[in-house]
Design a binder for this molecule. Structure first.
Ligand code: S3P
Length: 170
């Protein structure tokens, strides 16, 4: 099976869902942010603050291409699929699943979060603008799964049904 990539906005549940899904599929899971933090021994917030977003985006592309493209689950930082180079590479080498979630639910989840530099000191309107601007890119994924108001188990069930249908047709 080609690697599955979970993409979507910050706070859409990619990492949590990825862990459960990988268990059910009995494959390994890696989160690109956690991988970068381990490799650089720095937090994402520190990388943004000390070297800037551009440097972080370059790191994302490098590690994306280092990770396996078979029998693997990769959960991605919310901006990774926005870069055209990453998008084409992921669509070509793997199966991309967009976890869609309403901005109101995302905003409520991220209220007390201070780990996401792009949302620090932002109000709801600014976050919503970024969210809306990104939608057309996320929708280039092979499938969109709506996660709004759904429990993790149900989301995983829906993804697995789609994955099984798709792989049985391949
Ligand atoms: C980002 C999302 C974050 C992290 C970084 C930038 C983005 O990951 O990669 O703060 O541009 O949307 P999560 O989507 O896991 O929050």
């Amino acid at each position: 099976m080609k690697t599955l990539y979970l993409v979507g906005f910050m706070g859409s549940g990619k990492t949590t869902i990825g862990v459960e899904l990988a268990k059910r599929l009995n494959i390994q899971v890696v989160d690109t942010d956690q991988y970068i933090e381990k490799q650089t021994e720095r937090t994402i917030a520190d990388i943004f603050a000390e070297e800037g977003e551009e440097k972080f985006r370059r790191l994302e592309t490098v590690i994306l291409k280092q990770l396996p493209t078979n029998d693997f689950l990769i959960t991605t930082g919310g901006g990774l699929f926005i870069k055209e180079e990453n998008r084409s590479w992921m669509k070509e080498n793997g199966t991309v699943i967009y976890l869609h979630c309403d901005i109101d639910e995302i905003w409520a989840r991220l209220q007390d979060d201070d780990t996401r530099p792009l949302l620090q000191h932002q109000n709801f309107e600014k976050a919503k603008q970024l969210y809306e601007w990104r939608q057309p890119f996320y929708k280039e994924a092979h499938v969109t799964i709506d996660t709004t108001n759904k429990p993790i188990n149900q989301i995983c069930d829906e993804i697995l049904v789609w994955v099984k249908e798709t792989t049985s047709r391949a």
